[in-house]
Design a protein around this ligand. Structure first.
Ligand code: ACO
Ligand code: LMR
Length: 270
């Protein structure tokens, strides 16, 4: 009989051996001819499935709304500073990407994880807020914003919520998160359900509606698959900021010393 040589790698998402490469079995020409969107390609390469139109439209919207949020945020700032130090595109954008994490842009996985856990455990919103403070001892991922608040709502969040309300089969976890938001904003007006939080809970609602089990959703979250949407989307903005710096031919950046509190003390005996 045939003896299969053990291979070093396994690939279940694409194949380049035929006349043309395929994304999860779909030839690239079919992807183009049938008008697959970026979200459809993500469906094939990240999740090995063809999304229904509502899910695909939602993911396209996610990528669009996170693409940029101005020059002042951590990632864009890093990209600009690196570009001004004379570095290339790759080096500059990677410094931006590396800032994506629990405080900035990368709270999507955490929001999905904790809101989902709370709902599954039947915690009421007050109990959940209390649990995060006293037991987990971390800020609730997906809650809070530096400049957005109940008085200055985040338009992106409104767009995502409205789309989901009109097109998702169910918005169970979003509805729960909005109840939590009522509790947190009653304490402080900037403790809104932010863009990361909204995307996180809606991705859980989306994958549930697509038939994923709780365990499968947890696996995606643990793998970082939800934050991946921010990484992908915001990279569009980082590239824009890098190109802007080059176009403007900006010089090396040095932070003004009057904006730094120097508090250096010589140690005893030194
Ligand atoms: N959950 C509970 N309490 C919070 C949260 C939260 N997520 N965020 C802030 N607070 C409380 C703080 O405990 C603090 O309370 P205190 O005044 O009693 O000490 C108060 O609000 C102010 O906290 P700061 O950290 O100073 O708030 P800041 O406005 O600087 O923080 C931030 C903004 C970093 C987004 C914060 O809210 C946070 O860490 N949120 C969770 C992470 C997150 O979702 N990040 C994504 C933001 S959206 C994006 O980046 C695209
Ligand atoms: C972002 O999308 O980068 C923001 O929500 C963060 C910010 O502080 O504006």
């Amino acid at each position: 009989g045939k003896v299969r040589r053990p291979t070093n790698f396994i690939c279940t998402i694409s194949d380049d051996r035929g006349e043309e490469a395929t994304y999860c079995g779909v030839p690239i020409s079919e992807v183009v001819e049938k008008g697959y969107t970026i979200a459809d390609v993500i469906g094939l390469l990240w999740f090995k499935q063809k999304f229904p139109q509502w899910a695909s439209q939602f993911l396209d919207m996610v990528i669009k709304v996170v693409a940029d949020h101005g020059p002042a945020v951590s990632g864009a700032h890093n990209t600009k500073v690196t570009a001004r130090a004379g570095k290339d595109l790759m080096s500059s954008i990677v410094t931006g990407i590396l800032t994506i994490g629990p405080r900035f842009g990368g709270a999507i996985d955490g929001a999905a994880k904790y809101f989902k856990m709370a709902k599954e455990k039947g915690m009421d919103p007050v109990e959940f807020v209390d649990y995060m403070k006293k037991v987990e001892k971390i800020p609730i991922p997906g809650i809070g914003h530096r400049i957005k608040s109940t008085k200055n709502p985040d338009k992106r969040v409104e767009l995502l919520k409205n789309f989901a309300k009109e097109n998702f089969p169910s918005t169970e976890l979003l509805d729960y998160a909005l109840e939590v938001e009522k509790v947190t904003t009653s304490k402080k007006e900037n403790l809104i359900l932010n863009v990361d939080g909204t995307i996180g809970v809606l991705l859980v609602d989306m994958f549930r509606a697509l038939g994923y089990s709780d365990e499968q959703i947890d696996e995606l979250i643990n793998a970082g698959a939800f934050n991946a949407f921010f990484v992908l989307g915001r990279t569009i903005g980082f590239i824009g900021h890098y190109l802007d710096e080059k176009r403007l031919d900006m010089p090396l950046y040095r932070h003004p010393t009057d904006d730094i509190l120097y508090d250096v003390k010589r140690p005893e005996g030194a």
